[in-house]
Structure formats: structure tokens, C-alpha cells
Write a protein that binds this ligand. Structure first.
Ligand SMILES: Nc1nc2c(c(=O)[nH]1)N[C@H]1C(S)=C(S)[C@@H](COP(=O)(O)OP(=O)(O)OC[C@H]3O[C@@H](n4cnc5c(=O)[nH]c(N)nc54)[C@H](O)[C@@H]3O)O[C@H]1N2
Ligand SMILES: Nc1nc2c(c(=O)[nH]1)N[C@H]1C(S)=C(S)[C@@H](COP(=O)(O)OP(=O)(O)OC[C@H]3O[C@@H](n4cnc5c(=O)[nH]c(N)nc54)[C@H](O)[C@@H]3O)O[C@H]1N2
Ligand SMILES: [Mo]
Length: 773
């Protein structure tokens, strides 16, 4: 490798936020040039050089002092506060191998938690969570996590109603179909193009804005239903309705009621393709509970005038209409209801399965959603089987750590939490992604050992006992392939590993050698040997579908493979609509379950048999709003990916006075004596943080928005209840399953108060390196 790093070279590479050429001079990354075939490269590419050479890279293996001195469990309440001691790789790997052996012997593999939820980096061989699973499966397995923070509620709910989660995970009806046929796109949560920058696994092209512009040019109208006007680009000239957060299912009921009483619903569709509409209608019209869910009823809950609700319902029934919602709507307590209700509304309109009509979740939420694409199996490292066979719902990690052995329900089944002794995280950041960080911190003090692989000193790394330095993708070879992208990308090593960093694959290979499973783990292949093998397997699968791809050497030299999109636009539920007998849904009825017998039989008050208005514990209509009168939305950040790139120039430039910006309406600012740029304290009963106020009339009064991703930065490290100096919204969010059925994260559910902070300003230290390291 080293000789190729001399002089000037160009390397093909890829990331979640785009493909690029890495320009390297004398072994140093000096330029990042966007992929020539990407019509709208993401500005996030500008963060890469900073990230790779950041001061806060983990450079050497490091052990927390208390753990090193006292052994497993040593001074564990000091996690996040204690200094680290650098050690050699041999010592670190011996300690990790020894600890895995101890825990397995004393407690069994079911005491190891290695769900490792997180986006980590693009690349199919070095995908950290996959490599970790492959290694741990060779030594008896581990407890994992199912579904994603992105759409856990939809992933668990939709199979009951539609027979699969495809309407959220994709593919959904293509933008080409929408552009040709759709008259009206009704977008709950808007079409936040800032979120279109990223595609997990790597993206070759950004087409979100282009497709939206095409559809608008074709005469499509858009309605933006969001508490934040900026969730829709100005050029869409959308009608804007700003409901109270979490009131969408009430608003949708009001729309449905108008359709029903004015006879604008499609009875033939409901009869032929759905079950249970009559039972739902009894609720809608109020015959079952005495309360018609009419537009006036809805208006009082969502804060949008009844006449506008009626007018929108009529407009929706007048032409080809596509309904969509951002994933954020289901990342909330009772997040099942707006998704189920949106499906019901689409069923009443009767356009499901027609070109450009019906519904689909997540347009513009993740890059590639709805882009014309041929579904092909990408190269994939096999994990082998996990003998433990026990996964928790992705967002129940604090519950699991705090309540070992406790019973819970999930997807209609009874389960019990395992008793975890060792947490091993590789490729994710729970101190970024989890709700109620004070509660997580308490839970985090439970296990005897926490091991983390990270390229950077993130909050999660700082709260670990053993930290192993991982390379970034630029320091190794890989293949990128986005889940919703039609390019496979060569990711060629551009620079030498920084410090003593090793790839996750090499780290686990080192552990496998110590534990006697090296042969099973590596199968005797080198990095390039694996890439060639994984590519060849995927190429063979493509050939079986008569898709001819170049051989590995051709792919590697060209830097990418481009998979041609299908000739016909994709229409979700098209086959079902054409012939529901030959192409039934995989539900018990074979149809769309507006009333779902399976769910109804569970008897859950928090998720009954048909969609309903179920007020969450925190929203602007709740009693709790008297004390904490602002609804906090923690949306995805424009200038980074979650916590990634937060320490780079691009993310720092988006902050104000070093702190994350919280958006609030002029009314809310004036009422509190807050001006633009003031540092504010945002708080509720769960926690408190400092942020910088940004006043904008784009926000509905009563609603504030603080993006995710500012690294957790406690004023008193290791202390539950400490003030966060930097602006991480998960100080304030609710850590409760969306329902007993789906157990998704309720990240958008949080009432808060904001006040001007006139006291001394503690320095932000989120991106520093902990003592000793
Ligand atoms: N309040 C609130 N919270 C939320 C959300 C919200 O809307 N509101 N959204 C949720 C959603 S949708 C998501 S997806 C999650 C995202 O949560 P995460 O996916 O956990 O967040 P990331 O910051 O992307 O974490 C990935 C980590 O992997 C590390 N990494 C990168 N490359 C490598 C590598 O090669 N090896 C190793 N070992 N590590 C690597 C990165 O440095 C980073 O720390 O957050 C969730 N949390
Ligand atoms: N730049 C960038 N892009 C990203 C990410 C990132 O970190 N950075 N993360 C990626 C990931 S992992 C995911 S899962 C997706 C997430 O995609 P989403 O879940 O859709 O993203 P959010 O930004 O949380 O939500 C979109 C908008 O929904 C609105 N909203 C929230 N609650 C409500 C509500 O109750 N009612 C209504 N009507 N509107 C509401 C908010 O105003 C918010 O701006 O984004 C992806 N894209
Ligand atoms: Mo996500």
C-alpha cells in the first residue's frame, strides 16, 4: 500500500452523503471532488477532510482507569468522568478477549448486548455492525436489536395492516409515476429536502430536488402540513397548514369525515380491497362513541380552521392525489395512529395502486426514496446465524439495562429483557440517538463492561471502558451500495490509517485469533479477496436476472457500476389493485386492514383495532403543557448526519456562538424576552440544555425546533441530571415505547420551556479529547 501513497493520486470513494474522488498528495487527503454523475452533490462532502484529520480522532486503544485498575465493573458510576489510559493493541485485544470469555463462562452469551444500532459508515465489507455480528456469531452469539430508530413503529405496525413494511422501507411509487400522474401531493411533515442528502450505504446521485421540480412543472400542486414552514422548499409554492405537532391523526380524521359525509369516498375500493371500513366508519361518524370526528372537532385539536380542512378534503377527492408523511410522525408516542390513519384516508380516496396516487411514506426523508431503480441484491458480508436468538426492539435499550428479566410485549408477543453484563458497540452512537440521555446514563452505569469501536471521541466513546480506534473508510478498501441508490461504488483506500487505527474487520480478526475462531471469521480471505468475492456473488445474482455487470477488475478501475432503472415507472400496490385475488396482501384477509382483527384481539388500549385519535401524554393539548408550554421537535440536521461531522467546519458554521440553534417563533421569543442569538436554557422535568435562539416566523407559535446531533456535553461529566452545554435535544425527549405493539422511539414527544440564560457561559467541550487519551 505505502508505495502507492507517494505523489499525487486520485481515488474513487463513497459515503452516505455522496460519491466522490479523493485527491491525495504525498499521502495526505487534500481534495474531495464530487462524483461526475451526481447532478446535485451534497455540501456535506466538504466535511470529510476535517473529519479524517480531526484532533479528536481516537489514536490508540484506551482503557478507563477504574476498569483497568479494579477490573470489570470497576468504578462504573464514574463512566464518562474518569481518565483513560492508553495501551498497546495486544494488551487491549487480550483484555477484550478475556472479558468476552469471562462473561460467556459466568453468564452465557445472552449477557452480551451488541445491537450496535447506528449508521456508522458506507461500505459493505467493513459495515461495522455486520462485521461485529459475524464475529460474535462465531463465539456463540449475542443479544441484538430489531428495526431502526428511523421507522421502528412503521416496521412493526405495517405488516399487520398491509402485510409488509414496504410502504415505509421502500420501494414506494416512483417519482416518475408521480410526475406524470399526480395532481395533488399532500405532505404531512413536508418534503424536507435537507434530509434527501443521505442514503445509508452510499449514494451516487441526488435527485430529490430535480424530481420535485419536474413534478411541479408537470402541474402537480403540493400541500405542506407541518408546524415548520421550512419543511417545504419555497419553490414548491405549497399551501401551508401548520398543525400542532402530534395532532395529525385528528386532522386526518377530520378530512376522512368530510369525505364520508359528502359521499366523496370510494365505496367500491373499500369493499374490494379493504376489510373493516364499516367498523372504522362507526367511530368516524360517532355512532360508536357519540363523537363525530368532523372538521370542527378536528379543528379544535389541530388548530387548523374547519373550513380549510373541508376544502382540502374536497380537493383531495377531485383528482389524482398522493398522500405522504415524514418518518418523524411515527417517531412519537402513538406514532402508529397517523400512519394507519393516512393509509385509511388513502383507501377512502380509492387511488391506492394507481399511477401517481395512493400513499407512500418518507418521500424526501432519505435520499433515493421514490427514485426509479432496479431492485438488486448488493454485495453483502454474511453474518452467519446467531445462536442466542434474542433481539430487543431497537429503542428499548435503557429499559433493558434498567429492568433485567422484566416482561414486555412486542409485535403481539410476550418477551423478557435479558440480564446484560457486557455492552459492545460498533458503528453507532447511543449517546446521540437515544431519548432521555439522563435516563440512558443511569442505565449505562449497570453493565460491568462497555466496549466501543470509534474513529472519534464521541460521547459514547467517552462513556466506555475500552475504546478501540477504528479507521475511517478513507483508510481502507470497500464497496459502497446505497439501500435506495442505483450505483455500486468502489471505495478505494486513499490514505494510511491515522494513529494506530485498525478496521473493525481487523480488530475482530485479532479477537477471533485469540478465541480460536479466526478461520470461520476470515475464511482465509484478505480485504481485497473479500471484496472480489462479495462482488462476484452479487454479480452472479444480477446475471440470474439477466443484468450484466462488469467483472470486479472492470468495476474497480471504473470506480462504479451504474444499474439502469426499469423502463416502466414503479407503482406500489399496482399488482394488488389489478388482481387482488392473484396478488393478495400478506395480511390474514389478503386486503388492507382498516380494522385489524389481530391487533384488536391483543386488547391494547394504546393501539386498538382501527386508527383513532389517541392524545399522547405530551403535546400542546395535554395538561403537561401548562408547565412546559412549548413542543420540541428534534428534526434531522441540515449540516451533518446525526452526530457525524459535528466536529467539522460545516457543522460548526451552522451553530451560533458554538451552540446548536433552536428555532422559535417571534411570538414565543417576545413573550420570553429572547432575541436572535441569545443563549437560552431549554428544560423540562427530564433535563436541561443550553442552545442559541434563532427567531423565525417559519415556526408555528408554541413549537420549537432543535436539530439532533450536537454532541452531548455535560457540564458535570458522568452526573445524571447535569446541564448539557451544547444543545443535544435528547436531554429532553421521552424514552417510552410508542405503544405496547410496536415499541418504537418517541423522540418527537417532548414538551419544554425556554428561558434566556443570562448567567456565565460554560465553554463547549464536546469535541475535546478526554483526559489521559
Ligand atoms: N431526539 C431525536 N433523536 C433521534 C432522532 C430524532 O429524530 N430525534 N432520530 C433517530 C434516527 S432516525 C436515527 S437513524 C439515529 C441515528 O443515530 P446513529 O446512527 O447512532 O448516529 P450516528 O452519529 O450516525 O452514529 C454512527 C457512529 O458510527 C461511527 N462510525 C463511523 N464509521 C465507523 C467505522 O468504520 N467503525 C466504527 N466502529 N464506527 C464508525 C460514527 O463516528 C458515529 O459516531 O438517531 C435517532 N435519534
Ligand atoms: N442532512 C441530514 N439528512 C438526514 C439525516 C441527517 O442526520 N442529516 N438523517 C437521515 C435519517 S437516519 C432519517 S431516519 C431521515 C428522517 O427523516 P424524517 O423523520 O422525516 O426527518 P425529521 O427531520 O425528523 O422530520 C421531518 C419533519 O417532520 C416534521 N414533523 C415532526 N413532527 C411532526 C408532527 O407531529 N406533525 C407534522 N405534520 N409534522 C411533523 C418536522 O417539522 C420535521 O422537520 O432523515 C435522513 N436524512
Ligand atoms: Mo434514521
Amino acid at each position: 500500500m505505502s508505495e502507492t501513497l507517494v505523489g499525487r493520486l486520485r481515488r474513487h470513494h463513497g459515503s452516505h452523503w455522496g460519491a466522490f474522488t479523493a485527491v491525495v498528495e504525498e499521502g495526505r487527503l487534500v481534495g474531495v471532488e464530487p462524483f461526475a454523475k451526481d447532478p446535485a452533490p451534497s455540501p456535506l462532502l466538504g466535511g470529510l477532510i476535517d473529519a479524517v484529520y480531526a484532533e479528536n480522532r481516537v489514536r490508540r486503544p484506551a482503557i478507563r482507569k477504574g476498569w483497568l485498575e479494579d477490573g470489570p465493573g470497576g468504578r462504573r458510576e464514574r463512566r464518562g468522568a474518569e481518565a483513560f489510559v492508553p495501551v498497546s493493541w495486544d494488551q487491549a485485544l487480550d483484555l477484550v478477549a478475556g472479558e468476552l470469555t469471562r462473561v460467556r463462562r459466568e453468564h452465557g452469551n445472552r449477557a452480551i448486548f451488541a445491537g450496535s444500532y447506528g449508521w456508522a459508515s458506507a461500505g459493505k465489507l467493513h459495515h461495522p455492525r455486520t462485521v461485529q455480528a459475524r464475529f460474535l456469531n462465531t463465539i456463540g452469539g449475542f443479544v441484538g436489536q430489531v428495526h431502526t430508530y428511523s421507522m421502528a413503529t412503521a416496521q412493526a405496525l405495517l405488516p399487520f395492516i398491509l402485510g409488509s413494511a414496504q410502504a415505509a422501507v421502500g420501494p414506494v411509487t416512483g417519482w416518475d409515476s408521480i410526475a406524470q400522474h399526480c395532481d395533488l401531493l399532500v405532505a404531512f411533515g413536508g418534503l424536507p429536502l435537507r434530509n434527501d442528502q443521505v442514503t445509508t450505504g452510499g449514494s451516487g446521485e441526488h435527485l430529490g430536488e430535480l424530481w420535485l421540480r419536474r413534478a411541479l412543472a408537470g402541474g402537480m400542486w403540493v400541500v405542506n402540513i407541518s408546524p415548520c414552514r421550512d419543511d417545504m422548499p419555497d419553490f414548491a409554492q405549497a399551501e401551508h397548514l401548520a398543525p400542532r405537532p402530534h395532532s395529525d391523526s385528528a386532522l386526518m380524521l377530520g378530512l376522512a369525515h368530510t369525505l364520508a359525509v359528502e359521499g366523496r369516498h370510494d365505496r367500491a375500493f373499500l369493499d374490494r380491497y379493504c376489510v373493516g371500513y364499516p367498523r372504522f366508519e362507526a367511530y368516524l361518524l360517532g355512532t360508536s362513541d357519540g363523537q363525530p370526528k368532523d372538521a370542527d372537532w378536528a379543528a379544535a385539536l389541530c388548530g387548523i380552521e374547519a373550513e380549510r380542512i373541508r376544502a382540502l378534503a374536497r380537493r383531495m377527492a377531485a383528482g389524482r392525489t398522493m398522500l405522504t408523511a415524514t418518518l418523524a410522525l411515527q417517531r412519537a408516542e402513538h406514532g402508529e395512529q397517523p400512519f394507519w390513519m393516512l393509509i385509511t384516508l388513502a383507501a377512502m380516496l380509492g387511488q391506492i395502486g394507481l399511477p401517481g396516487g395512493g400513499f407512500g411514506f418518507g418521500y424526501s426523508c432519505v435520499g433515493g426514496t421514490g427514485h426509479p431503480r432496479t431492485e438488486l441484491r448488493a454485495p453483502q458480508l454474511p453474518t452467519g446465524a446467531n445462536p442466542v436468538g434474542d433481539d430487543i426492539p431497537v429503542a428499548r435499550i435503557a429499559d433493558m439495562l434498567l429492568q433485567p428479566g422484566e416482561a414486555y410485549e412486542f409485535e403481539g408477543r410476550q418477551r423478557a429483557y435479558p440480564d446484560i453484563r457486557l455492552v459492545y458497540w460498533c458503528g453507532g452512537n447511543p449517546f446521540h440517538h437515544h431519548q432521555d440521555l439522563n435516563r440512558l446514563l443511569r442505565a449505562w452505569q449497570r453493565p460491568e463492561t462497555v466496549i466501543v469501536h470509534e474513529p472519534w471521541w464521541t460521547a459514547t466513546a467517552r462513556h466506555a471502558d475500552i475504546v478501540l480506534p477504528a479507521t475511517t473508510t478513507l483508510e481502507r478498501n470497500d464497496i459502497g451500495a446505497g439501500a435506495r441508490d442505483r450505483f455500486w461504488l468502489a471505495m478505494q483506500q486513499a490514505i494510511a490509517p491515522q494513529g494506530e487505527a485498525r478496521s473493525d474487520f481487523d480488530i475482530f480478526a485479532g479477537l477471533a485469533r485469540r478465541l480460536g475462531t479466526a478461520e470461520t471469521f476470515t475464511e482465509g480471505r484478505s480485504e481485497m479477496g473479500w471484496l472480489r468475492h462479495l462482488y462476484d456473488v452479487a454479480r452472479q445474482q444480477a446475471a440470474e436476472r439477466r443484468i450484466v455487470l462488469p467483472d470486479f477488475d472492470g468495476f474497480w478501475a471504473a470506480g462504479h457500476v451504474e444499474i439502469a432503472p426499469p423502463e416502466q415507472p414503479y407503482v406500489q400496490f399496482g399488482e394488488f389493485r389489478a388482481d387482488p385475488v392473484r396478488h393478495p396482501l400478506k395480511t390474514p384477509s389478503g386486503r388492507i386492514e382498516i380494522f385489524c382483527e389481530t391487533i384488536a384481539r391483543l386488547g391494547y388500549a394504546d393501539c386498538p383495532g382501527h386508527p383513532r385519535w389517541l392524545p399522547p401524554s405530551e403535546w400542546l393539548g395535554a395538561p403537561a403543557a401548562r408547565r412546559y408550554p412549548l413542543h420540541l421537535l428534534s428534526s434531522q440536521p441540515a449540516a451533518r448526519l446525526h452526530g457525524q461531522l459535528d466536529h467539522t467546519g460545516i457543522s460548526r458554521a451552522a451553530k451560533l456562538r458554538g451552540r446548536e440553534r433552536i428555532l422559535l417563533s417571534p411570538q414565543d421569543a417576545v413573550a420570553r424576552g429572547i432575541g436572535e442569538g441569545d443563549i437560552v436554557r431549554v428544560f423540562n422535568a427530564r433535563g436541561a440544555l443550553l442552545a442559541a435562539a434563532s427567531v423565525t416566523d417559519a415556526m408555528r407559535p408554541g413549537v420549537v425546533q432543535l436539530p439532533t446531533g450536537a454532541w452531548y456535553d455535560p457540564a458535570e461529566p458522568g452526573q445524571v441530571g447535569s446541564l448539557d452545554k451544547h444543545g443535544n435535544p435528547n436531554m429532553l425527549t421521552l424514552d417510552r415505547g410508542t405503544s405496547r405493539l410496536t415499541q418504537g422511539p418517541s423522540a418527537q414527544t417532548a414538551l419544554v420551556e425556554v428561558e434566556r440564560h443570562d448567567g456565565a457561559l460554560p465553554e463547549v467541550s464536546a469535541h475535546s479529547v478526554p483526559a489521559g487519551a
